[in-house]
Design a protein around this ligand. Structure first.
Ligand code: SF4
Ligand code: SF4
Length: 289
């Protein structure tokens, strides 16, 4: 089983658009994971059916037993996150503010506070034309996005142990969810665009992926928006021995496909042609691993 993640150092580079097309084009039998749990939208482009969901329990949160609480307010004063608030005469925890630090449990003189598991999101299971799709959704204000990504990958392995490819739409940035995404994978497709900020974020992403010993490939989206920076990025990739899978031109038809909720690979146009070639190149690389 080869695990491939499509990642980017910043949001808005076209990562999900590319992932949806790769899902449609790569011939390997596969399971798909949307690991962008803060804003999962791969499903919007793959239009899956047979959807179901399980609760995801992240970190414990504080709960005040109203029968034991005497209303002294010590816990509210001790909470650094203003998560305990008084409503009329009762103190209660505002769940989305609670960071689960446990301070209130320690300071309560009446033992009225307990830490309890709480539902902070969902794990969704669906079937798309390109294969089974798992994606996560976090409740507003909930943390543990890295843990949710870990759970998604675990579920994919357990439910689909025989697939030859796991294709992951990774989260933007280089934080905890990305680390959960790239841990143990074989291939990262770095999607960037020709801008100074994207170039800077790409450098950080390369450093991180290298430290996880992940084989990297590069895709430059909308490369013709600034061909000078695109050339600089190609130069950086060559120096770092990162293979360029392809470059996608700016193409208004991409916006049309996205607006209609379909993968770009299913329409005609310059961007679609480039993506078809990228999928061919990637498939060839995967076959050699
Ligand atoms: S410290 Fe304990 S008793 Fe005092 S308000 Fe908080 S929960 Fe109630
Ligand atoms: S666990 Fe920490 S963050 Fe949550 S309510 Fe208690 S003191 Fe505040």
């Amino acid at each position: 089983m080869i695990q491939v993640a499509v990642v980017s150092g910043k949001g808005g580079t076209g990562k999900t658009i590319l992932t949806a097309s790769l899902a449609s084009l790569l011939p390997q039998d596969k399971v798909l994971i949307d690991a962008d749990v803060d804003a999962a939208n791969l499903a919007l482009l793959l239009d899956p059916v047979d959807c179901s969901a399980d609760e995801f329990r992240g970190m414990d949160g504080a709960f005040i037993d109203p029968g034991s609480c005497v209303g002294c307010g010590i816990c509210a004063q001790a909470c650094n996150f203003e998560a305990i608030q008084k409503n009329q005469d009762l103190y209660g925890v505002v769940p989305y503010r609670c960071e689960g630090c446990g301070t209130c449990v320690l300071v309560c003189p009446e033992d009225a506070v307990q830490m309890q598991p709480r539902v902070t999101g969902r794990i969704h299971y669906a079937q798309s034309h390109a294969g089974p799709l798992l994606y996560g959704s976090l409740m507003p204000g909930s943390g543990n996005s890295g843990l949710l990504v870990h759970r998604l990958r675990q579920e994919a392995r357990v439910k689909h142990p025989d697939v030859s490819l796991v294709l992951i739409d990774g989260p933007p940035g280089i934080g905890c969810p990305l680390i959960s995404t790239i841990t143990g994978i074989q291939v990262a497709i770095l999607v960037t665009e020709p801008s100074k900020s994207a170039k800077s974020d790409l450098m950080r992403l390369i450093t991180l992926c290298r430290s996880f010993q992940v084989r990297m490939y590069l895709v430059i989206n909308r490369y013709d928006v600034n061909e000078d920076i695109a050339k600089e990025i190609c130069q950086i990739a060559a120096e770092k021995d990162i293979h360029l899978l392809g470059m996608i031109p700016y193409d208004l038809d991409v916006l049309k496909a996205t607006r209609n909720g379909i993968p770009v690979s299913t329409i005609s146009g310059h961007a679609s042609e480039a993506i078809h070639q990228i999928a061919k190149n990637l498939s060839g690389e995967i076959d050699q691993i």
